[in-house]
Design a protein around this ligand. Sequence first.
Ligand code: KG4
Ligand code: ZN
Length: 328
Amino acid sequence: MSEYLLAIETSCDETSISILKDNEVISLVTNTQIDSFEEIGGVVPELASRMHTHNILYVYAQALKEAKVSIKDIDVICVTNGPGLIGALLIGVNFAKTLSLIHDIKLIEINHLHGHIYSSTIDNEITYPHLSLIVSGGHTELIYLEKELSYKKLGSTLDDAAGECFDKVARLLDLGYPGGPKIDNLAKNGSPTYDLPIPKNDDSFDFSFSGLKSASYNLNNTLNMKNEKLNKEDFACSFQSIVIQSLLNKFEMAYNQYKPNSISVVGGVSANSYLREQFLEKYPNIIFPDKKYTSDNAAMIAKVGWLKYKNNKFIDLKDLNANPNLKI
Ligand code: KG4
Ligand code: ZN
């Protein structure tokens, strides 16, 4: 008999629900709030929570409809319980707990970053040991998985995440939110003529992007004082190549030291066309998730959920003593 898993993701500005049938994605419905935040230039947590509350039932109904199943068919529910915006996470977690209690369905909590790592298994297979670079709006982390579900953090950003840096520099260029795709497009028509520093160019696995952000703002101020303007295309191209160079340098160090069997780059920034080109040139077998799975989505949460389900890592909400983990 087939098994069905329902996954819920509400950690930032996407309300997303996905259903798996025997580990295959049979529905994925995502409501993104990006349009609401484009003009403001970033996510407002309070507004994001309100929109999740408003949208979640609709997304849930659509996901069941697309999958042609009813909640009674679902064997297990998975929900992102962090990291993310507290108010936004609470909407998804409470929705999942309610469904679990009312319908007596097992519940599994999922770390959002583990979801990003396993997004590369939606259309591909990974073998172990596996090395994954997560580059998103909130995180930049190098993770080594010696085996399934075992995560060793090799390094992470000490300040801004790569995506956050794209977004902040895009604000400098008046491009709106999210800045990553806009810089990506502008850079296609530019040359790397501006001289910017490669951040944290050392032998640690950690990253740093706030210095690059400040250098970009300083450069702009200096030009303004001379009544000159940044050439947006050239600047986008210069900035982007430095970010990607920094990611490539750290990735290469980890690759040489850990000699993984398979490798991936995941998360919102992994949609970047120059990043893909550069990593593919060096690592032809590298796995990138399909672009629809690079930004936040519940299908990636479902994929980790399936593995945890098969390893019996679920919570019985009726046994309150056995439920110390579902924290946000
Ligand atoms: O993974 P994600 O959807 O959300 C988080 O978990 O943070 O990542 C969103 C980030 C944003 O900072 C956005 O600007 C960036 O991914 N991004 C890109 C591109 N597409 C999205 N950055 C560079 N190039 C892109 N094409
Ligand atoms: Zn994310």
